[in-house]
Design a protein around this ligand. Structure first.
Ligand code: B12
Length: 219
């Protein structure tokens, strides 16, 4: 019997936590066959499972190998869901440079934000992870980007975000290139302090990016 949406989302989250690639793929396929919303599958299914895996790591129930197997399951599901995300077309696509700041290799959240931005019609250039501050600015200048999106999951690497804002200020680029930041230790007050904009998850990141491009909110 066909499962309802909430049941499929919960099972998908659980299959990620249980590191079950095959079941995640099966559930994701069933979900798209039912034509349920792809964004919800990511936020309320796959990413939710990854969040729970993160909690288990913090409770020392899971260790690094388990986390990596959870992320494999999450990415397997993502491959099924991604072609079914409704691609929004935008005329005169705004450009975004995205990446994880220097010293940090956590990229699961950044990858989700990137997918959401791309399917919302932004032209996204992904620099990857462990990226020096100057590289973000140079790439943004090269491609005439409207926004730089920075991610970090570690308190020890947050300063890299401030450095990017500082370089933009020194080069008198804050009017032209805005900065949005996110990741576990990042807060609105930190973003305000460094002259950036904050959003807590991938869905809200899209709304923020649209707002920044449309309303030209100043850093
Ligand atoms: C998975 C994970 C790993 C994986 C990373 C795999 C990968 N490729 O990313 C592995 C096992 C490799 C790993 C390694 C390490 N980890 Co780790 N890891 C985690 C864990 C458990 C989950 C992170 C995650 O993927 N969450 C799921 C995603 C979907 O959520 P997210 O990243 O937060 O992203 C969402 C939002 O934050 C937001 N967002 C994210 N980026 C952006 C960007 C923008 C612009 C916007 C708007 C929004 C946004 O949107 C996303 C989607 O909604 C966290 C603990 C936790 N609960 O967060 C620890 C954690 C981040 N790790 C930690 C540490 C210390 C490490 C290591 C140093 C461990 C070690 N001793 O080797 C190394 C890091 C090495 C390095 N230099 O980078 C610490 C950091 C502590 C700190 N305060 O600095 C944490 C908090 C665990 C802990 N409590 O100790 N880790």
């Amino acid at each position: 019997m066909a499962k309802d949406k909430a049941e499929l989302l919960e099972k998908m989250a659980k299959s990620v936590v249980e590191m079950d690639d095959d079941l995640t793929v099966e559930l994701a396929q069933e979900y798209v066959d039912q034509q349920y919303d792809g964004y919800d599958a990511i936020n309320m299914g796959l990413a939710k499972g990854m969040d729970r895996a993160g909690q288990l790591y913090e409770e020392e129930e899971y260790y690094i190998p388990e986390l990596l197997m959870c992320s494999d399951a999450m990415y397997s599901g993502l491959e099924i869901i991604r072609p079914h995300l409704k691609q929004q077309e935008r005329s005169g696509k705004s450009k975004i440079v995205i990446g994880v700041v220097e010293g940090d290799t956590h990229d699961i959240g950044k990858n989700l934000v990137k997918i959401m931005l791309e399917t919302s019609g932004f032209d996204v250039v992904d620099l990857g992870r462990d990226i020096p501050p100057i590289d973000f600015v140079e790439k943004a200048k090269e491609i005439h980007a409207d926004l730089i999106a920075l991610s970090t999951l570690m308190t020890t690497t947050m300063d890299g975000m401030e450095e990017v804002c500082q370089i933009l200020k020194e080069q008198d680029l804050t009017e032209r290139i805005k900065v949005m930041v996110g990741g576990g230790p990042i807060s609105k007050s930190f973003a305000d302090k460094i002259g950036a904009h904050y959003s807590e998850d991938a869905t809200k990141a899209v709304k923020l990016a649209q707002q920044l491009v449309k309303e030209e909110i100043r850093c």
